[in-house]
Design a protein around this ligand. Sequence first.
Ligand code: MTE
Length: 425
Amino acid sequence: MRTSSPAPVTHPSEAAYDRRRLSQWLSGRARAEGVSRRTLLRLLGAAGVTGAVPFTGAGPAVAVTAPGIVKPLPDAWFTVRGTNAETRFASLAETGYHTPNERFFVRNHTATPVLDAADWTLTVWGDGLDHGSVEFTLDDLKRFPAVTRSAFVECAGNGRSLFTTQQGQSVSGTAWTLGAIGAARWRGVRLADVLRRAGLGRRAVDVMPRGLDAEYVTADGTNLGRVRRPLPLAKALDDVLLAYEMNGEPLPPDHGHPVRVLVPSWIGISSVKWVGDIQVSAQPLYSPWNTDFYRLFGDAHPAGGSAPLTRQTVKSAWELDWNAGLARDTTHRLTGRSWSGAAGVVRVEVSTDGGTHWQPARLHDASRRGGWVRWSADWRPRSPGAYTLAARATDATGRTQPDTTAHNTQGYLFDAVVRHPVTVT
Ligand code: MTE
């Protein structure tokens, strides 16, 4: 392990980064290893000609191997969806602020690799370093100052099935309801510290962590290589961790043992599990996970697709089963959670009549960026029948959940108010 003094770098704003990368991508001025020539031509062609890239149907949610999840997935806690396991939101009512490791959702492109921490190394490499590549063991990482932070990880496609069930639109990908999210206390080291120790150079612009899980092969047989997605240097140096503990335990195999990247507030794909190497580049980097996937395609979005997705959106969920039965003339303390990738949630309103009347919910947690707030509301239904509950959150930037979400073909970033059916008997 070599040391060097921190290199001064410019920190462009995330918005400027998005705009610049989109135009670089559209004009082909970007490094795109692992992105097939066919894909490149298709995207570049679409950018100039039509409103949307033709969708191949080969999204990352297509299972290509057996489920491959190591931990038990009891029915009371999980719905298994291909290689993934969704947490039943209702089961979070029994938990505290942090999602216990055994109940945390799992999103695997292939299968969980069972890695031995003693054999693991992290290689930091690329032309954005001043002195060549550097290797770190887990013990090396643990010699950096440890940082603990609470943050949620949420899949970009969380809520995807609601595009269909609530908005009548067709989308591709894993049909998550609202349980592709969990919040944990992560402990690890700052990616910034590790990059600087590795000799981060002035010319570095992008950082791309890559997982040690198997290469991902789509349903049509295209091998996209190992899961990897670039981060702008500004984010990498801001609040990103290399985490080795989750809720006070060594990272469990399904969540990235021995080390994962943790990118607070950003879509879950950014938080690469089982990280084995990090490329530091002096030029913009691209992978299938910020070109074909995790961008918005469709009539409502820029020709050729949006910029690569970054922050998560705002959402709310009730800790209740879909079509839950509730007794009439009884006061029910209904609970739920709301969160946003842009800022802490400051207000939650609830409705028991499908959105005609709203009342404020009681918030039980402080508003905090990168976290969620638990809330509750009492309801005493008088007559039997079908009811629609709704919850609507507002974050500290003033963003409130809308009534509908603009469609995108891969069903990302659903943020509309969810109409949750219950039956009073
Ligand atoms: N990292 C690797 N190496 N392989 C993966 O399949 N899935 C990503 C991300 N990191 C993935 C990965 C996605 S899409 C999400 S939403 C999160 O991990 C899920 O993290 P979790 O399984 O710990 O909940």
